[in-house]
Write a protein that binds this ligand. Structure first.
Ligand code: CA
Length: 139
């Protein structure tokens, strides 16, 4: 990079080493997904989750974003949990129904040696839950 700033970190569902899947998700190219695929689920009655490992080269604060692509029958609620070495924050984000967007999950200090992750689940979903990509932007 032209300046000394640390680049953003993108974690995609296709990056198997960084993803931990619980339950039966389908992987495919649906809607306007980021990269070549996303994981999707449309059975809210069964508990399912996808964890994105948040590995960072430097301990510092990061803005954490979740990508919500435009897909048919997308849930209007997205259950997200961020676990860092120090804190755990559970929240419901509100994906736009008919659009794609990066949803801000918060600002977190992520340490290089901690088991940081962001988990997407289908908890309380009212439509299709997707797990597509997560972005870390250094503060
Ligand atoms: Ca993806």
């Amino acid at each position: 990079m032209a300046n000394n700033s640390q680049p953003e970190i993108l974690i995609d569902d296709a990056d198997k080493a960084s993803i931990q899947v619980t339950g039966n998700w389908r992987q495919g190219k649906l809607g306007r997904c980021y990269g070549t695929s996303l994981l999707h689920d449309d059975a809210p009655d069964t508990s399912r989750a996808v964890r994105f490992r948040l590995s960072v080269p430097r301990t510092r604060r990061y803005d954490v974003y979740v990508y919500s692509p435009e897909v048919p029958k997308k849930s209007s609620r997205l259950a997200v949990t961020v676990q860092t070495g120090k804190a755990r924050k559970a929240m419901f984000l509100q994906p736009p129904r008919e659009a794609s967007d990066w949803l801000h999950a918060g600002t977190f200090e992520l340490a290089t040696n901690a088991n940081n992750y962001l988990e997407i689940s289908n908890q309380q979903a009212d439509g299709v839950t997707v797990a597509d990509a997560v972005l870390l932007v250094p503060k």
